[in-house]
Design a protein around this ligand. Structure first.
Ligand code: HEC
Ligand code: HEC
Ligand code: HEC
Ligand code: HEC
Ligand code: HEC
Length: 223
């Protein structure tokens, strides 16, 4: 203890007078270092949060807007368009034939979206090439019947409020994997606020563990 004090004393005595300027310079250096560190951190943080997602995902517009709220109001339910078939498989997005129950070559209204739909698809008898937000990689097996029919789960749990939306968001494709952004989620850090924010393997397994006590075997979800 005393030795150290002595050393300090002798040290400061030696450099006394000539080193005062140097001391303040060192302090300045440290201050600048902290500022540069914070600056670099902010730049990295912003590019990671704002720039990286822009580079990683390419945005694709849907062929035209589809208004769920309006159509659910017309049909009264989801099942008239998204139903589980007799054999237990899911019909997914309805085919053009379903739309033609109401839409003919004469538009029902005057919106531009309906004009595009009528001219490009109804009149040409062409299926609409929708991008599927929740599309999983080909190796994944998913069954709607097991979840919505057997377990009575709500569509919102996994898809969010698409069924009540009036506007379609752009589809975002991961440039590296080719998968939809819905898999990794909107938050680049992988933070999840709602059950539908992300649908990675861990998210499926998390719910399976909670509901059944085990996360399941590989072959349950993989073909
Ligand atoms: C039960 C009847 C019915 C069915 C089935 C139906 N529609 Fe419609 N659709 C309507 C009605 C009614 C409107 C409103 C027209 C208006 O007044 O603007 C509409 C409007 C639209 C519009 C314009 C909406 C807007 O806000 O710009 C588009 C696009 C559209 N439908 C696409 C489709 C597609 C695609 C399908 C098939 C998946 C489909 N519709 C199935 C009745 C239906
Ligand atoms: C008139 C037919 C119609 C009705 C009724 C309807 N949908 Fe849809 N749904 C569509 C069409 C067409 C698409 C493809 C365009 C899109 O992504 O919105 C779609 C897409 C979806 C998707 C997106 C799938 C994906 O991952 O891309 C979800 C989720 C969905 N519907 C849920 C619902 C729910 C929940 C209801 C009832 C509240 C409902 N839909 C009622 C026609 C319909
Ligand atoms: C447990 C989660 C879960 C629930 C609940 C759920 N879905 Fe899905 N849905 C998914 C997954 C995962 C996919 C992608 C499947 C794939 O790519 O093989 C999907 C795909 C879809 C698609 C696109 C199908 C296609 O490939 O064309 C539609 C439409 C859809 N779901 C509508 C609904 C509706 C309507 C309900 C409620 C009746 C519902 N989903 C309930 C997880 C769920
Ligand atoms: C919010 C809860 C929840 C989420 C999220 C969820 N599941 Fe499930 N899943 C269940 C429940 C509950 C069952 C029924 C369990 C049982 O019967 O043992 C089930 C059953 C299944 C089955 C059928 C198992 C069988 O043998 O009949 C498959 C396959 C499956 N889930 C795949 C998936 C995949 C893939 C995902 C993610 C894309 C997913 N699930 C997301 C709750 C969920
Ligand atoms: C509850 C359903 C479920 C179970 C059980 C499951 N997986 Fe997965 N797995 C998924 C889903 C969904 C994806 C795609 C999303 C992702 O990449 O996280 C995936 C992706 C993968 C991938 C990456 C494939 C790619 O193309 O990105 C591998 C590898 C994989 N799983 C291996 C396994 C192995 C090994 C097991 C058994 C220990 C297993 N999985 C069990 C649902 C499941």
């Amino acid at each position: 203890m005393s030795k150290k004090e002595n050393k300090n004393e002798s040290g400061s005595a030696e450099s006394a007078g000539e080193c005062t300027a140097g001391d303040t310079k060192d302090d300045k250096g440290l201050g600048l270092g902290v500022i540069f560190f914070i600056l670099a951190f902010v730049i990295c943080f912003l590019s990671g949060t704002l720039l990286f997602p822009k580079l990683l995902y390419s945005k694709k517009e849907q062929p035209f807007n589809f208004n769920h709220e309006l159509h659910v109001g017309e049909t009264g339910d989801c099942e008239s368009c998204h139903a589980i078939r007799e054999d237990g498989s899911f019909n997914g997005i309805p085919k053009l034939a379903k739309c033609q129950e109401c839409h003919t070559e004469t538009p029902l209204g005057e919106t531009e979206d309906e004009a595009v739909f009528t001219e490009m698809y109804v009149a040409k008898e062409k299926e609409v090439p929708w991008y599927v937000y929740s599309r999983q990689p080909d190796c994944v097996f998913f069954s709607h019947a097991a979840h919505t029919k057997t377990e009575g789960m709500d569509c919102v749990t996994c898809h969010g409020p698409i069924g009540t939306s009036t506007n379609l968001k752009p589809y975002e494709e991961n440039r590296i994997t080719g998968y939809s952004r819905e898999i990794w989620g909107q938050n680049i850090w992988g933070i999840k606020k709602h059950s539908w924010d992300r649908m990675k393997m861990d998210d499926c397994a998390e719910c399976h563990k909670k509901e059944t006590g085990h996360q399941g075997y590989c072959f349950q979800c993989h073909k």
